[in-house]
Design a binder for this molecule. Structure first.
Ligand SMILES: C[S@@+](CC[C@H](N)C(=O)[O-])C[C@H]1O[C@@H](n2cnc3c(N)ncnc32)[C@H](O)[C@@H]1O
Length: 247
């Protein structure tokens, strides 16, 4: 079943992409907005419960602030908290993030499994970035937080990585913007390459469900069709949005 969570202030909640650590609202407001999104995800069956450790999350946020080189990002503080919390509740053994740029999106997911915010033992957390210089920077960033190597960044095409991966993939995060005019239409190609490897209960997250909804039309129709995914929720609490789906 397809659903939606919409915060009242989503049109006015805006970040400066070159200043990702800037506080945009009082912390209790951020927590409340994300809690309401988590409640909707739980109601739709996307996540098993809504509890995550806010102290560990803040340790993760501080480590990213101290250690990551981020030239820009569209991941708002609300989205950073939501991605961490989804991973903290789903606890994916394997998580693959497609199109990670400098690694901020990747670590927002992987930070629940490695580094100072870790709350469970992950086995394989893979970020994929097609531009070698960006992949190298993302890998440098990730290495400063995760000394274990459980989280790693590959310079590759996410479609190929997902197609080659033996599985299972417990959580797939989509943020690649494609080449040759494909744009965010590539999400469906990546999902189709990995769909068989996502077990029942596996979660698929798609960034930009709001501002690039037109490019994502086919993708959104696919994940909102109950024949393909058991549930899907459009989280609208910033200008980008996140479609969170469960197989
Ligand atoms: C818009 S950026 C993601 C940035 C992220 N939303 C943030 O705010 O930090 C998309 C990234 O996907 C990468 N990309 C495009 N096609 C890809 C593919 N087929 N496989 C892996 N990465 C890809 C691009 O090089 C780019 O760095």
């Amino acid at each position: 079943m397809a659903g939606e969570y919409r915060a009242d202030d989503w049109t006015t909640y805006r970040m400066v992409m070159g200043d990702p650590h800037q506080a945009l609202e009082p912390p209790e407001k951020e927590v409340a907005v994300v809690d309401r999104a988590l409640a909707e995800l739980h109601r739709a069956g996307v996540i098993p419960h809504t509890r995550y450790d806010p102290v560990r999350f803040l340790a993760h946020r501080q480590a990213v602030r101290d250690l990551f080189e981020i030239p820009w990002t569209a991941i708002t503080p609300r989205m950073q908290r939501l991605l961490y919390a989804i991973n903290a509740t789903v606890q994916p053994g394997c998580m693959i993030a497609a199109g990670v740029f400098c690694g901020n999106t990747f670590i927002s997911n992987a930070g629940a499994g490695v580094g100072p915010g870790a709350c469970y033992a992950a086995s394989d957390l893979i970020g994929v970035e097609i531009k070698p210089e960006e992949a190298a920077r993302a890998e440098r960033n990730v290495r400063r937080i995760d000394k274990t190597g459980v989280a790693r960044v590959l310079a590759d095409d996410a479609i190929d990585v997902v197609a080659r991966y033996p599985g299972p993939i417990h959580l797939l995060y989509l943020d690649a913007d494609g080449t040759g005019g494909r744009g965010k239409g590539i999400y469906l190609d990546i999902l189709e390459a990995g769909l068989d490897k996502i077990p029942p209960g596996g979660v698929v997250l798609a960034h930009n469900s709001v501002n690039l909804a037109e490019q994502l039309r086919q993708y959104l129709a696919f994940v909102r069709d109950p024949k393909n995914m058991r549930g899907s929720v459009n989280v609208i609490f910033d200008g980008e949005g996140l479609e969170a789906s469960v197989k």
